[in-house]
Write a protein that binds this ligand. Structure first.
Ligand code: SF4
Length: 237
């Protein structure tokens, strides 16, 4: 009888690159979420992206298409990325959890927030993506991603929009998930959240430029980044 798998760590490939990770993640059974999802939705973007953005998990459209951020939230994120002076092609996009968790509501599949245990089980994929991409800046989109990366006590309501030092990258910043912007019932509230999302991404873009001296997607080697940071007079804090 097969051994019970409890985490994505059991499915990591021996040689780690984005292709091998994507192929291995397609077979992941590290938690129960694969059972009712169409497919694994792995991260997408260039291996040397300047920014790595982490959302919560794929939604209905992402689950069907097998790509992150292709539904309505993805379109809003595209707009915010452009408004912040970034290019989506220069950003690596992924999620804290790689399978869609949902519950039926009539004929619709309604998003259901992944549990802390499922986020933890899926974390080896995120850690491996970070190891390969080595982004200077990580952007957490929403509370699930922020807690996954910054710890369970992280409060996005209090620390949103701050450039923080973490073990994941030179700089980490948390902002609203685009789905949270879309869910706001009032137009005025949606506009406020959308403005904050753009402002936070703009701050990330500015910091990327400070750290690397280049726009997103062209951030060069870690050595070049250290040298650019030194020139800019920035420390690690
Ligand atoms: S959600 Fe993550 S850990 Fe769970 S089965 Fe999918 S890829 Fe594996």
């Amino acid at each position: 009888m097969a051994t019970q798998k409890t985490s994505a760590a059991d499915f990591l490939p021996d040689r780690i690159n984005l292709k091998s990770l994507r192929e291995a993640a397609a077979q992941c059974r590290g938690c129960e979420l694969y059972r009712h999802a169409t497919q694994t939705v792995f991260g997408a973007g260039p291996r040397r992206a300047g920014l790595l953005m982490v959302g919560e998990m794929p939604g209905d459209q992402e689950d069907l298409q097998g790509k992150p951020f292709v539904g309505p939230a993805g379109r809003l994120l595209d707009e915010a990325i452009t408004a912040a002076g970034l290019d989506r092609d220069d950003v690596y996009l992924t999620n804290a959890v790689k399978h869609f968790r949902w519950e039926p509501r009539g004929k619709r599949r309604l998003h259901k927030t992944p549990s802390a245990r499922q986020v933890e089980a899926c974390k080896p994929w995120l850690q491996a993506e970070m190891l390969v991409v080595k982004p200077p800046i990580v952007v957490c989109l929403g509370a699930t991603a922020a807690k996954a990366l910054m710890g369970k006590d992280f409060r996005i309501t209090q620390q949103r929009g701050e450039l923080l030092v973490s073990s994941w990258a030179d700089w980490t910043i948390a902002t609203h998930h685009p789905s949270a912007v879309l869910r706001a019932p009032e137009h005025q509230e949606r506009e406020r959240l959308r403005g904050e999302l753009v402002d936070d991404l703009h701050l990330a873009a500015q910091q990327l430029f400070r750290v690397t001296g280049r726009p997103a997607g062209e951030h060069g080697s870690a050595r070049e980044r250290r040298s650019a940071r030194h020139r800019a007079g920035g420390g690690s804090g």
